[in-house]
Write a protein that binds this ligand. Sequence first.
Ligand SMILES: C[S@@+](CC[C@H](N)C(=O)[O-])C[C@H]1O[C@@H](n2cnc3c(N)ncnc32)[C@H](O)[C@@H]1O
Length: 359
Amino acid sequence: MTDDGSYSVNSKEINNKIETLHTSTGAISESFEKFIKPLKLNYEKDIAILDICAGLGYNSSAAIADFIENEGKGNLRIDMIEISKPTLACGLLVPSPIEAHDITRKAIERELLKEEYLSLELEDGEIPENMEINVFIDDARQIIQNLEDDQYDAIFLDPFSQNMSPELFSVEFFNEFKRVIKDDGIVCTYTSSAPVRAGFIESGFHVGKGPVFGRKQGGTLASPDVKKLEYSLPKNDEIRIALSDVGIPFRDWGLSNNSDEILERRSIERKSARHNTKISSAVKTPIFLGVDMDDEKLKRRVERNLVKMNIPSTTSDEAFYIIESEKSYNEKQDKDNNSRNRILDMVERLNRILKKKED
Ligand SMILES: C[S@@+](CC[C@H](N)C(=O)[O-])C[C@H]1O[C@@H](n2cnc3c(N)ncnc32)[C@H](O)[C@@H]1O
């Protein structure tokens, strides 16, 4: 039982690791805080949601509850994707954390009966006429390739951590998001990880800071439309994503690599980029650009990394030139002043400094 009284389960062992499906702060509360609140959906129209890594179905249930509470005028369609039948079945065994979960349970039960994973129909819940809930049981990377373009108002991305499931945080997977999401749709995920945010940017998304819940850092929101994303990423996160090897995303060519291959590929790419095309992420070097440092020992380490990149010191002209766009940093973002634009600007400026070195 998590702190809000709703239940979670542990994963089976994957890559020698076990994780719980939800934060101990509150499983169903996390669904509302991280996945529903940032959406600001228009309840006058039909709504379509893609729930990736549906697990026990809490995120879908929270979306249903929100739709009912806001007296949605159109239809609600939710496409849930989950690879594990036992996990979906656990969603039928835990006590429903909210009434709307009975609707999700009915949809899960229906699919598990169809798959002959269950033999008895026990759920009392009914799926209302204005709702369609589809459950796809397979690897989300395979399912998404068969989904139609431009249809989702929201995508929930709720995998295990990036070390356990890097395949669900890759640029290639996000390219599929870009294809299936509406122009003003929004992707919600709990992680604040630099490679994940970098992956969204490489796939053409705007990114913004998501709500903080059960963790120190806010999650990540991504959308083709910056107007959907109120808050910029924290300034130092932008700098590290743009300039250091920590901002190298996960890659999964053909959407078919296993997690070890993806982690290994990123590690090789980081190594070859470090001191070459990207500033070393060691001691968070790039966040000291433009900073007059007091700590002599740290300064020596930082400047040793900078010199290799044609940047003589933290307060050199080159340092200030690279982070120029951060001068206009604003916590609120808009069409011109936003995280994506600043990150791409810094990448370009670093490349110009490196080009000067080659010339
Ligand atoms: C953190 S849990 C999700 C919790 C869930 N959103 C809920 O509301 O209960 C991650 C889920 O991702 C599923 N998963 C792992 N790899 C997957 C894949 N390739 N495709 C689809 N689901 C996957 C796991 O089985 C697990 O249920």
